[in-house]
Design a protein around this ligand. Structure first.
Ligand code: GLU
Length: 448
């Protein structure tokens, strides 16, 4: 990875001092700024117009209390966030995450990434992220519903199809979006489908939204491999995680002829040399909400490794689809030594800066999350399109649109990398291409 250009040192120092302790946010900003040296030298107007400072300062940050009552009648208090980062390209757009690790620094890192990811899709969406330190693990359906209702009771006043459109992320799936939408509708007395995405198909959701992030990651991987005359067919693939992104990345990889042999969750990982049985995995994780060890118990040739790192499993393609900083330099070395050829981030920032650098130095094809996982939010934007026109598209049509969008994302990254003299560097390409789109819109809109 490049070093931070002298022209941008001061900007990064300002981000550090204005946002103390927000480690993940610092990491996300540095990763983008490291790519922008040549851009600001070629276009000094971005510096003169303080575009970088404006981009690093969210337009609006909301922090609020979420009180709710658990099944034992005890009052519980959580903290929730919505960071509306940048609306130069469209209404704020980005998911909500429910996880005990959520604090302002996580939401800001995710919101910052979202600006560039959304820009890369070519669609008219700004960047935002939200969430809560609420831990859904072990909570009943009724508790989840009360929590979502209480959260929306504050959040609704900040949302709107032309203002801010949340969706899911870790811990927030179709069930939670349903409860949030129900409460929004009740409070506002408006059936405003376009205010949330990731909805169920029965009430304005889009085909392929559930599959979109995982499918998109694999479409991007296939494009990347094609630049070297390769493809996923016959490749040995591992995914990390076993949520929405991981399951559907595995599904599309299998459809394209890959052999997907491992996945994981926070308890450890599973290797199944017969290839993952996705129907069983879905039952265990999505329906029964159990650990992956339960999957291994039911498969003859699967083993569960408690507490282990899935990156120890030899593979040719690795798809980190769990969470930030889950793949560090040591894990990257193991993957490289065992012959990995391509790594695509299905999750947001799963590779540490060290890991990314090692992959790039070793000549491994590496796709950063803001490019590789853009299919999720892109399909959210397709859901908004369908809602706005009161239409619903077929699975085939929607999947085709998703694939075209991912081919477009890949093309933009590759073209920017070439133009700035770093062919094959998807990190630089993604950062430069998306920055240019957002920065030019910001310049056009004036100092607002
Ligand atoms: N949370 C997802 C992401 O990281 C999806 C956001 C959305 O659909 O708005 O991009």
């Amino acid at each position: 990875m490049e070093k931070l250009d002298d022209a941008l040192q001061e900007h990064y120092a300002t981000v550090l001092s204005r946002n103390p302790g927000e480690r993940e946010f610092h990491q996300a900003v540095l990763e983008v700024l490291e790519s922008l040296g040549p851009v600001v030298h070629k276009h000094p107007e971005y510096l003169h117009q303080a575009v970088i400072e404006r981009l690093c300062e969210p337009e609006r940050q909301l922090i609020f209390r979420v009180p709710w009552t658990d099944d034992q009648g005890r009052v519980q208090i959580n903290r929730a966030f919505r960071v509306e980062f940048n609306s130069a390209l469209g209404p704020y757009k980005g998911g909500l995450r429910f996880h005990p690790s959520v604090y302002l620094g996580i939401v800001k890192f995710l919101g910052f990434e979202q600006i560039f990811k959304n820009a890369l899709t070519g669609l008219p969406i700004g960047g935002a992220k939200g969430g809560s330190d609420f831990d859904p693990k072990g909570r009943s359906d009724a508790e989840i519903m009360r929590f979502c209702q209480s959260m929306m009771t504050e959040l609704y006043r900040h949302l709107g199809e032309y203002t801010d459109v949340p969706a899911g992320d870790i811990g927030v799936g179709q069930r939670e979006i349903g409860y949030l939408f129900g409460q929004y509708k009740r409070i506002t007395n408006r059936y405003e489908s376009g205010v949330l995405t990731g909805k169920g198909l029965a009430y304005g959701g889009s085909q392929v939204r559930t599959e979109a992030t995982g499918y998109g990651t694999v479409f991007f991987t296939e494009e990347m491999l094609a630049t070297r005359g390769e493809s996923l067919s016959g490749r040995r693939v591992i995914v990390s995680g076993s949520g929405n992104v991981a399951i559907y990345a595995a599904e599309k990889a299998i459809q394209l002829g890959a052999h997907v042999v491992a996945c994981s969750d926070s308890s450890g990982y599973v290797v199944d040399e017969d290839g993952l049985d996705l129907a069983l995995l879905r039952q265990v994780k999505e329906v029964d909400r159990q650990r992956v060890s339960v999957y291994a118990d039911q498969r003859p040739n699967a083993t569960f490794v408690e507490g282990g790192q899935v990156w120890d499993v030899p593979c040719e393609v690795a798809l980190p689809c769990a969470t930030q900083n889950e793949l560090d330099g040591a894990a990257a070395k193991v993957l490289i030594d065992q012959g990995v050829r391509a790594v695509a981030e299905g999750a947001n920032m799963p590779c540490t800066p060290d890991a990314t650098r090692l992959f790039q130095e070793a000549g491994v094809l590496f796709a950063p999350g803001k490019a590789a996982n853009a299919g999720g939010v892109a399909t959210s934007s397709l859901e908004m399109q369908q809602n706005a026109s009161r239409d619903s598209w077929s699975f085939e049509h929607t999947e085709q649109r998703l694939q075209e969008i991912m081919v477009g994302v890949h093309g933009r990254c590759a073209a920017a990398a070439d133009e700035y003299g770093q062919p094959g560097n998807y990190v630089a390409g993604a950062n430069i291409s998306s920055f240019l789109r957002v920065a030019d819109a910001m310049l056009s809109l004036g100092v607002v």
